[in-house]
Design a protein around this ligand. Structure first.
Ligand SMILES: [Zn+2]
Length: 451
């Protein structure tokens, strides 16, 4: 077996790993590079392997850093099937179409502003490209394996996000396992990642390879913030990722109401059509969640799902105390910006970030204590109370990763640490070497290995 690390080696995003059995080529994940500009520029480079030479693709889960380049791959000539779990197929519809809309919008904005080096600026892919890519996804039912040439592919639930899976590729008596993104044992919605017992070659993610999650009780802290804010007549804004995090917030808000920790009639608004669509998918796939069906069914009870931009604008103007969940999660775009502009200058309100904030984003500036932020070209004073709830992460931390690795019955011949910033990947590599005694390395971007 040969492996070529085409992305998410030396960084967290752009997950793409090519497995070549000698007769069959399978691409594991096809993610977008995100974050710093030098990384994003990789999205525009063609893959160094001809897309039509690949027989199949497997999607570990629907997050864009794992799935978001798929429309570009299909546009460049990939013609094979894309295998994914049924829930990943459903979530990919929501995420890839939204991503395509954003690509089209970015190109339009660049053309209006005239700042593109290309005239006219073209989107990385269009909605039509995304639809063609989505049509290639084939669901692998739980517990089944599919064959592509001499390779057999199987998925194992990995927690983390609805539908997220680890991927096993078996060929010529050898098994390669790719962890995908691994969830945590104490996730609010998803069960713990399932262990995989055997691998000859292992690719393991390391997003939190050098970190330990804080032990804060997110429900208790959010309850305190909401009570304190409403006592002073203010509202609470929760900038949130639309898929995964928004559903966890809805669950926590319902539990706070049921426990009498916040008023049962506290108005809650979900101002993100993508989050509403994702919530319906979490409800459709409720048997994959760790919470009782009753709670899944009640996630949006008493919650106003804000649909149109006009309804959203009306909500921004409203003055009564309320809780608003809106995207994007790092306040880099989307409807949340209108709420932020209206609420940030008023010290009565609270802005609570329930997710990791990447450096350089408005969210990172706000949790860092910025006294003003620029929104839609205007400087907005920040007088509202800003806080950060770190305990909502959907990733296993370093101890969680080590626990999952402990599920293998025998050491893999070789373990490759991927999907982490250099420091996180190297810290996990050292722990695997020192604590487990395994043969382990961190591949470089575009490295090719025989395994
Ligand atoms: Zn993920």
């Amino acid at each position: 077996m040969k492996i070529r690390f085409l992305g998410a080696a030396d960084t967290v995003t752009g997950s793409r790993h090519l497995v070549d059995t000698g007769t069959t080529r399978v691409l594991l994940d096809c993610g977008l590079f995100q974050g710093y500009k030098t990384l994003r520029e990789r999205n525009w480079a063609p893959l160094p392997v001809a897309p039509d030479s690949m027989d199949a693709m497997v999607l570990s889960h629907a997050h864009l850093d794992h799935s978001g380049w798929l429309p570009a791959l299909v546009k460049q000539g990939f013609k094979g099937p894309v295998y994914a779990s049924p829930a990943t197929l459903d979530l990919a519809q929501v995420l890839l179409l939204d991503s395509a809309h954003l690509q089209e919008e970015d190109a339009r904005r660049a053309n209006r502003g005239g700042w593109s080096r290309h005239q006219p600026a073209l989107p990385l892919y269009t909605v039509a490209d995304a639809k063609r890519a989505l049509a290639r996804i084939v669901a692998i039912p739980a517990g089944r394996s599919v064959s592509v040439g001499d390779a057999h592919i199987r998925l194992t639930p990995a927690g983390h996000l609805l539908g997220a899976s680890s991927v096993s590729v078996q060929a010529a008596g050898r098994t390669l396992v790719f962890s995908g993104d691994l969830g945590r044992d104490d996730d609010l919605l998803m069960p713990a990642p399932q262990p995989v017992e055997h691998a000859d070659v292992l690719l393991v993610e390391s997003t939190y390879g050098n970190r330990r999650h804080p032990t804060e009780d997110v429900q208790a802290r959010l309850g305190e913030i909401i009570r304190a804010t409403t006592r002073r007549g203010g509202s609470v804004l929760l900038p949130s990722f639309a898929v995964g995090r928004a559903q966890a917030l809805l669950l926590v808000l319902q539990r706070l109401k049921a426990a009498g920790e916040i008023a049962a009639d506290m108005p809650v608004f979900l101002d993100s059509p993508m989050a509403s669509a994702a919530t319906a998918l979490y409800q459709r796939h409720r048997r994959l969640l760790r919470i009782p069906d009753r709670e899944t069914g009640q996630l949006t009870d008493g919650v106003t799902l804000v649909a149109t931009p006009a309804e959203s604008a009306g909500l921004v103007r409203s003055r009564w105390p309320k809780v608003v969940i809106s995207a994007s999660g790092m306040a880099t775009g989307g409807r949340v910006l209108h709420h932020l502009k209206a609420m940030a200058p008023n010290p009565r309100h609270a802005i609570v970030f329930p997710g990791f904030q990447v450096g350089g984003t408005r969210g990172a500036a706000l949790i860092g204590g910025a006294r003003e932020v620029k929104i839609h070209g205007e400087y907005v004073a920040v007088k509202a109370a800003v806080s950060h709830l770190e305990g909502f992460s959907g990733h296993a931390d370093a101890d969680g990763l080590m626990k999952w690795l402990g599920g293998f019955r025998a050491p893999p011949e070789h373990t490759f640490v991927v999907h982490g910033e250099p420091d996180a990947a190297d810290t996990l590599r050292l722990r695997i070497q020192d604590e487990l005694g395994w043969r382990v390395s961190v591949p470089e971007h575009d490295a090719m290995v025989d395994a």
